[in-house]
Design a protein around this ligand. Structure first.
Ligand SMILES: C[S@@+](CC[C@H](N)C(=O)[O-])C[C@H]1O[C@@H](n2cnc3c(N)ncnc32)[C@H](O)[C@@H]1O
Length: 416
């Protein structure tokens, strides 16, 4: 029976993904063309709604979050595709503003108040179905790494413009002990992780979703551990493999389901988001099977305020691929089947500062980024991080570091 159900679900996912990716854009276009003749009315309603949150449309942009509409079809597309449409239109330059961060802050106030209204819109459910419900992370449907991760022709050049140059960490840093730059915050983060894990020379460490392997390298060099990094992204793994020849670091191009071995310590830094909530039980069971007795796991992960959408369609489509941000309950219950949660640290303030740094790096390196990946990708990045900053500031999205131990482990895990 289980086999039949699983085969049916496989078939459903296999058929639904391409079907969605073909049909929904067509439906959205039809909706858009139906709404287009109503532009004058939609403009009145939109201008009024934005004025309520302190944003003037088609102003001279003297006051900062104001917007100028560059294409009059804006209104029909906004009402057809909702927030996703707003962001796509930013990429396509249908509107502009002097201060996109402030604009998103204002929009977040609407989210809080009128979440129920936004959820009535069909575009919300289209996005939710595609990025929230379809389990593309199932075995057999394995997930292609997001386009951004496989990046185009020059992944390292690209990521070096958007991360610290040395450890190439594409996650949230720890702005403590005087760390005020992106780079220093990442060193602090790595030191904090080592301290919570009480790393000692000779231990084995597995870093799941290792990116360019900077964490593995740092821990091997500084603490004398033997480290293995695993990433689904082939181009990243190749760069990392070449980089670490001769050191105590091994990088594997693997899906998490294929990981093998036994380790004293396991780190999972901003990778859980790619697992998909339907697969959490299998994922944590797998992690437990890889952990030696007395071992520890450190996760750095996102969690959303319950009620906040668990995905952002725009972020999924344009940057991260399949991502799902669980709320705490969704994370804790499968995880607690296999582990005891030994400590949890809120990184939301750090996430705010880190989002500011990402935005600065995009601004500072705009020309180089544009030459590497094109204007549209850079504008999409800009919109993604403006949204990330606004959602983190509103604490609709949070980041945590959580340490897990085996259920029979009674030791105290250091907080710092
Ligand atoms: C946001 S990046 C974080 C990278 C790194 N941990 C850091 O802090 O810079 C997420 C990483 O998870 C990896 N990943 C995503 N899905 C995966 C999967 N199914 N199996 C293994 N790695 C995966 C990606 O290739 C990427 O390296």
């Amino acid at each position: 029976m289980d086999l039949i159900l699983s085969t049916v679900e496989d078939l459903f996912v296999t058929v639904s993904v391409p079907l969605y990716d073909t049909i929904i854009p067509i439906l959205r276009k039809i909706r858009f063309f139906i709404l287009l003749p109503f532009t004058p009315i939609l403009k009145l309603i939109t201008d009024h709604a934005f004025a309520q949150i302190g944003v003037k449309i088609d102003s001279d942009m003297k006051s900062h979050p104001d917007m100028v509409i560059l294409d009059n079809r804006f209104y029909a597309r906004l009402w057809s595709d909702q927030v996703f449409g707003l962001e796509e239109m930013y990429v396509e330059e249908w509107w502009k503003t002097e201060n996109i961060e402030l604009l998103y802050d204002k929009i977040m106030t609407v989210f809080d108040k009128y979440r129920w209204f936004l959820k009535l819109h069909i575009a919300h459910w289209e996005g939710r179905f595609r990025w929230g419900w379809l389990n593309t992370g199932r075995a057999g449907h394995n997930f292609k790494a997001a386009e951004e991760y496989e990046l185009r022709e020059s992944p390292v050049e690209y990521f070096k413009l958007l991360t610290d140059k040395e450890h190439i960490q594409h996650s949230c840093g720890y702005y403590a002990n005087g760390a005020s730059t992106y780079s220093a915050a990442h060193v602090e983060k790595l030191k904090l992780i080592a301290s919570k894990l009480e790393l000692k020379a000779g231990m084995t460490l597995l870093d799941v979703g290792c990116g360019f392997g900077g964490l593995a390298k740092f821990m091997a060099d500084r603490y004398g551990v033997t480290a293995e990094g695993v990433t689904i992204c082939e181009s990243m793994s190749k760069v990392a493999q070449n980089h670490y020849i001769g050191s105590k670091v091994t990088i594997k191009h693997q899906h998490w389901r294929e990981m093998e071995g036994k380790f004293d310590r396991i780190t999972i830094i901003e990778m859980l988001e790619h697992v998909g909530k339907q697969n959490y039980d299998e994922f944590f069971r797998k992690i437990e099977s890889l952990l030696k007795p007395g071992g520890r796991v450190l996760l750095q992960h996102y969690a959303v305020d319950p009620g906040t959408p668990h995905f952002t369609e725009f972020g999924c489509k344009y940057q991260f691929g399949q991502v799902y941000f669980p709320d705490f309950a969704e994370f804790v219950s499968p995880c607690s089947r296999y582990f005891r949660i030994a400590n949890v640290q809120d990184f939301s303030l750090d996430a705010e500062r880190c989002a500011h740094h990402f935005i600065d790096m995009i601004q500072d390196n705009w020309a180089e980024l544009e030459a590497l990946v094109g204007l549209k990708v850079v504008r999409a990045l800009r919109a993604t991080y403006a949204e990330a900053l606004a959602t983190v500031k509103a604490r609709a999205v949070m980041i945590y570091q959580t340490v897990l131990v085996r259920k029979d482990d009674r030791t105290r895990v250091p907080v710092q």
